[in-house]
Design a protein around this ligand. Structure first.
Ligand SMILES: *Cc1c(COP(=O)(O)O)cnc(C)c1O
Length: 474
């Protein structure tokens, strides 16, 4: 497919301006060379983007079981709510937008109730940004209390990759601890790791193996007894929302991914929202301004012990509008039902596959599960990559590949609650059909997909010599 630059024809326009009837003003400072923008008609542009959209795969095209990403269907009515003029035509510094402030305050209340936290900020723009913000609260807490020796964050090996990255970015030393055989945190290893220098623990739960840690309360007790705080990576809240509250499990701080569990389409680079909730003893450190109510009127107020701004203004407000619309649609009954269906769908799909493919950790899973193709690859030469790419020929988006790192030849599947039984049956049939091909003609899978617009890219070249910008020939 040609780029817009290649389609450009000198002088072609998609607008016709009237003749200039005012004096021409000469700017003092102008660039010496005009920017080389593509020159196109409206037809060219419309066709270009339509074609691009047709070559893209999204939740609206088909099954998208990308583990750890919660690619669920987002009801269109939430988009309509976020498109209301009352929300789109306000400025972040406007103090009289009482309806919008009320929405933020109410969304905070609902999400605090769901997570068991006391306060929540919507400032962080995504999950990893929320992690950094939460860790800054923990850091500030230790600073204020004179615990300057507490510089280490414990991160189990089943954590999401952003957890050690955020800890390190926040200036902490990361202590990695291995999981036990069953995929849960190894309590002995945790006891050995905690001490005077422990600032806290970051736990992804359910973890990247799709397992809810059975020792959750013991974990937080061990960390608290050592003087550390507990951070809950709640990006996977889809599995537990409305059923179990991280606040009740002993966690002091949490981030959510509104763009995963709470209905904002994602994967294209934003906008997202990674609200951070905390217990009241950390709330004075929350970023930027907080909403307070005086005689029925809401307003923004500075907090003197705040960690400061982590983003401009108050975060991606319209993402919160979508989450709010979603929450009021689901209600108190719908939130736990959503989680139950997410878990049911994952277990159903796992059940259909587990006699053919090897599951990394057998047993009941939460919202996702991981297959390991290590033995299959040894026997047949077919890799997790080959199978993932082959799924594209069945109209299915590949699952997450080669993650988590503690499982070899991993494929991580998260069907989400918005898929029907029929879709899951079809997906399982595709997996079983691929398995048949593996037995009959394994070679044929090495260059899958065969029918998609882009065939298998050369990943090494793409990583080592990425072409990130268009270069003109002349
Ligand atoms: C997606 C995810 C994150 C990171 O969220 P971003 O919005 O991509 O920064 C963190 N933790 C877990 C468990 C996740 O699934």
């Amino acid at each position: 497919m040609k780029t817009l630059f290649e389609r450009s024809v000198k002088g072609r326009r998609c607008t016709i301006l009237p003749e200039n009837d005012v004096p021409v003003y000469e700017f003092a400072e102008t660039r010496a060379v005009a920017p080389r923008l593509p020159e196109l008609s409206e037809t060219d542009i419309s066709r270009h983007y339509t074609k691009l959209a047709q070559h893209t795969f999204g939740v609206n095209n088909g099954f998208y079981p990308l583990g750890s990403c919660t690619m669920k269907y987002n009801p269109k009515i939430n988009e309509e709510a976020a498109a209301l003029e009352g929300f789109t035509q306000i400025h972040p510094t406007q103090q009289d937008a009482q309806g919008s402030l009320r929405l933020l305050k109410t969304a905070e209340k609902y999400l605090c109730e769901i997570t068991g936290m006391d306060e929540m900020t919507f400032t962080p723009a995504a999950g990893a940004h929320g992690e950094l913000t939460g860790l800054m609260l923990i850091k500030k807490y230790h600073e204020v209390n004179g615990h300057t020796q507490r510089v280490k964050i414990i991160v189990p090996d089943s954590a999401h990759g952003t957890n050690p990255a955020s800890s390190s970015m926040c200036g902490f030393t990361v202590v990695n601890i291995p999981s036990s055989e069953d995929g849960c945190v190894d309590l002995d290893e945790l006891r050995k790791a905690v001490g005077e220098d422990t600032a806290g623990l970051m736990l992804t739960n359910p973890n990247t193996l799709g397992i809810f840690d059975k020792n959750i309360k013991q974990i937080t007790d061990i960390v608290h007894e050592a003087g550390g705080l507990c951070y809950y990576d709640g990006a996977n809240l889809n599995a537990v929302m409305g059923i179990a509250r991280p606040g009740d499990m002993g966690f002091d701080c949490i981030h959510l991914n509104l763009h995963k569990s709470f209905s904002t389409p994602h994967g294209g680079g934003g906008p997202g929202s990674g609200p951070v909730g905390c217990k009241s003893f950390l709330a004075e450190f929350l970023p930027s301004q907080r909403i307070v109510e005086e005689a029925g009127t809401l307003k923004w107020e500075d907090r003197k012990d705040s960690i400061g701004m982590v983003r401009s203004f108050h975060g991606n407000f319209l993402v919160v509008v979508k989450a709010f619309a979603y929450l009021v649609t689901l209600g108190k009954q719908g939130v736990p039902e959503t989680a139950k269906n997410a878990v049911l769908n994952a277990n159903y799909l796992k059940h259909l596959l587990e006699d053919t493919y090897e599951v990394a950790k057998p047993g009941i899973c939460m919202h996702e599960f991981v297959l390991t193709l290590e033995n299959l690859k040894k026997e047949t030469g077919v890799s997790a990559m080959d199978v993932a790419k082959a799924l594209q020929d069945y109209g299915i988006h590949p699952p997450t590949m080669y993650f988590p790192l503690n499982v070899h030849e991993a494929l991580m599947l998260e069907p989400t609650e918005t898929e029907s039984k029929e879709t899951l049956d079809e997906a399982a049939a595709a997996f079983l059909d691929i398995y048949k091909t593996i037995q009959e003609n394994p070679e044929s899978l090495h260059d899958t997909p065969h029918h998609s617009y882009i065939k298998r890219p050369d990943e090494v070249t793409a990583a080592r010599h990425p072409v990130l910008r268009y270069r003109f020939d002349d």
